[in-house]
Design a protein around this ligand. Structure first.
Ligand code: PL3
Ligand code: FE2
Ligand code: FE2
Length: 243
């Protein structure tokens, strides 16, 4: 279905069939209204990701160069998504977006103040990156051509960011295992709440919540397994937040 959805809409006046997923009308008021919030969310998310990698580098000064590179990529992503909004003549709703991220941002800031590197990495490099990879994947087949190109470029970088978090947590697994479990318990429910909050607007963009959840869980569970958790622990941890 997602492969078919990547094909150009053959004939907009033809009756819809089960097999062809037509693209949304990017110029409709309903689309632009939903896009103002989703576009705000991704712009804010990329901006906060940039700040978060810079903040993590204060805890890991020996990694400052690598983390600085990641932060600069996030800034580039932010500019790309700003261009997507401008291209559709949509003004991103940044107040909505700041509220959307507030609970997760607060938890990140609290962990940062306590010097909890593993918690910071779980929130930014694993949870947020896995969430963004899922969202961008589901968005690409139903995006306008300009945003599709931008998002395809962005999603490649997000894998590098997820991988960065995985590698650090894997290398320190024995010392940080319990901290990761605690951080999962506190933060995975926030990701679920964010998915719920974006559901209606995402549907307007033809992005389905089930697909978002599936894609997110696949990425998140793979990451936890790679970091060192057993299958049973991974299942137990994901059952904590997403029901
Ligand atoms: C870190 O690199 C990125 C953080 C961004 C978070 C994105 C959350 C996405 C939420 C739902 C979105 C729909 C995607 C649409 C893309 C324009
Ligand atoms: Fe990004
Ligand atoms: Fe990222």
């Amino acid at each position: 279905m997602s492969v078919l959805a990547t094909l150009p809409n053959p004939d907009p006046s033809a009756p819809a069939t089960d097999l062809v997923v037509s693209l949304p009308d990017f110029t409709s008021a309903a689309y632009k209204d939903a896009y103002s919030r989703i576009n705000g969310i991704v712009i804010e998310g990329e901006h906060e990701a940039c700040d978060n990698y810079k903040a993590i580098s204060t805890l890991l000064p020996e990694q400052a160069e690598e983390l600085g590179r990641l932060a600069r990529m996030e800034m580039k992503h932010m500019r790309g998504f700003q261009a997507c909004g401008r291209n559709l003549q949509v003004t991103p709703d940044m107040d909505f977006a700041k509220n959307f991220f507030a609970p997760l941002r607060n938890n990140f800031q609290a962990a940062l103040a306590e010097g909890k590197v593993a918690t910071c990495l779980l929130i930014q490099a694993i949870l947020i990156e896995a969430f963004s990879i899922a969202a961008y994947h589901i968005y690409i087949p139903v995006a306008d051509p300009f945003a599709r190109r931008v998002t395809e470029g962005v999603v490649k970088d997000e894998y590098l960011h997820l991988n960065y978090g995985q590698e650090w947590l894997k290398a320190h697994f024995d010392e940080v295992k319990d901290e990761i479990m605690t951080a999962n318990k506190a933060n995975l429910p926030l990701i679920k709440a964010m998915l719920d909050a974006v559901e209606t607007d995402a549907a307007q963009l033809r992005m389905e919540k089930e697909g978002l959840i599936e894609d997110f869980l696949i990425g998140y569970q793979e990451a936890l397994g790679d970091v060192g958790f057993t299958t049973r622990e991974v299942i137990r941890m994901s059952a904590r937040g997403l029901g």
